[in-house]
Ligand binder design. Sequence first.
Ligand SMILES: [Zn+2]
Length: 130
Amino acid sequence: MKWLQNFMRGRYGVDQFGNFLLGLYLAIAVLSVLLRYNILFLLSLFVLIYCWFRILSRNTYKRSSENTRYLQKTYKLRMWISNKKKKFKDRKVYRYFTCPNCKQTLRVPKGKGAITITCPKCKTKFDKRT
Ligand SMILES: [Zn+2]
């Protein structure tokens, strides 16, 4: 694998944006097969080529600024997804409520019966079953 190391020296490689492009490529490629749209297949190839162009690129400064821009633009979406994942993982231990006053999300341990919840942000009290 030494030749590969030598080959990749000074090249950019895979980042989060690269992973996203790879996923996008797969999604479009599968769609093109399912829908039998040749134009979609062509599009998926362009995405793949662009992805490889970024991986092999020697202009690491420009590539990493592309990645930063991608991360900034998808920040809210990624936070939303990781939040959903966390809630799903915690679903047996915690219940989530939204404060009726300030819409803050509150996490409460499950199985405590009827309790009064105090919002830590605006101090509003409300009753819930957990
Ligand atoms: Zn509140």
